[in-house]
Design a protein around this ligand. Structure first.
Ligand SMILES: Cc1cc2nc3c(=O)[nH]c(=O)nc-3n(C[C@H](O)[C@H](O)[C@H](O)COP(=O)(O)OP(=O)(O)OC[C@H]3O[C@@H](n4cnc5c(N)ncnc54)[C@H](O)[C@@H]3O)c2cc1C
Length: 318
């Protein structure tokens, strides 16, 4: 059985979890088995609806110890649940939670782990999983040899596949030791669209000259229902908050569309964005290295190009 960890935020199943559920369902079909989901904590969504993503059964661990993410508690609970359910493959999204919890689960189950998978495993000769390496500059094909296998799926690398279905929902009781640390409070950033899950990201760099000029970036992001991001010097200078900083030392993202405005395209910046499906670069310097990584480029002054682009997008979107 393939067990998918369905992660949630503010009581709603995350978009990246729907990708993991669809991936788990496709993998189960390939292996000739069923896909089931594990939900830790309480959610608003009707869990039987996960059947629409190919899930036959949802196991819920609704226990007060699980209301806040504690990676040690989650790791122990998910590993125990997976063992008691006889899961052969456990799938996570490679988001913040998955990055922290999947290795703990794998260690507890003595399972091989591939983190950051980008495709379904090749099962023609063993169990070989494709993943990104070197900040997305190359792929590795990793063979998992253990009986139980753990995979975390890179966000935006597998489509959400909807089908008709209803899942059976069952409560699961797992006793775990109390957490060794207590999360006192969580201050969530209230953005319009969370950066790591955004399909479209509008990002800007030092070419914008100062924080007072970000309105043109925000207007374009708003027109596209996109998240905003920035280069590191912009965050370091305090023009934009650090949680918007993308790159090698910032957040790594893989949206469907990444629009880079006034960013030179240094290798450390590209390391965080080069898995984007389509990259559009707006830069006044035709020699800017970012154009080499771009699918589309506009050589021009951001202060002229961006407002025009926003106007045209607004017209198209009505
Ligand atoms: C260890 C290390 C880690 C790093 N990690 C990161 C990271 O995670 N993320 C990151 O972003 N950087 C990182 N950096 C910094 C990185 O090397 C670059 O210095 C940085 O990305 C440059 O930011 P920028 O492109 O905004 O600025 P600049 O390099 O100053 O480029 C500004 C660009 O704007 C263009 N421009 C200027 N005016 C206009 C205009 N009016 N219209 C259009 N275009 C205009 C210019 O042609 C230029 O290409 C790291 C560096 C090191 C050493």
């Amino acid at each position: 059985m393939v067990l998918v960890f369905a992660d949630h935020s503010e009581s709603e199943i995350r978009k990246s979890s729907y990708e993991a559920l669809s991936y788990g369902a496709a993998l189960a079909e390939k292996l000739g088995t069923t896909a089931e989901a594990l939900v830790v904590g309480t959610v608003k969504d009707d869990l039987s609806g996960l059947g629409n993503y190919g899930i036959s059964k949802v196991h819920q661990l609704a226990n007060e110890n699980f209301n806040q993410l504690d990676t040690q508690v989650y790791g122990a609970a998910i590993a125990d649940a997976a063992a008691s359910l006889n899961a052969d493959v456990i799938v996570f999204s490679h988001n913040q939670t998955g990055k922290a919890v999947a290795p703990r689960v794998a260690a507890r189950l003595k399972a091989g782990l591939v983190s950051g998978a980008v495709a379904l495993p090749d099962t023609s000769n063993g169990f070989v999983v494709k993943k990104n390496v070197f900040s997305g500059k190359a792929f590795a094909h990793v063979s998992i040899k253990s009986t139980v296998k753990v995979i975390s799926l890179n966000p935006n690398s597998f489509p959400v596949v909807k089908k008709e279905g209803q899942a059976v929902v069952e409560q699961l009781t797992i006793n775990v030791n109390a957490a060794k640390v207590k999360v006192e409070s969580v201050n969530k950033v209230k953005g319009e669209v969370p950066l790591t899950e955004a399909e479209v990201v509008v990002s800007a760099g030092r070419g914008l000259k100062g924080p007072e000029n970000w309105k043109i970036v925000e207007d374009l992001a708003h027109a596209l229902h996109a998240a905003t991001a920035c280069s590191r010097p912009v965050a370091d200078a305090g023009w934009r908050p650090h949680h918007e900083h993308v790159g090698q030392t910032g957040i790594q993202i893989a949206p469907n569309l990444y629009i880079a405005i006034g960013i030179s395209g240094a290798i450390q910046h590209l390391a965080g964005v080069n898995r984007s499906k389509t990259i559009v670069v707006i830069n006044k310097d035709p020699e800017s290295p970012f154009f080499k990584a771009a699918d589309y480029g506009i050589v021009g002054d951001a202060f002229e190009v961006v407002p025009k682009l926003t106007e045209e997008i607004k017209k198209i979107k009505g």
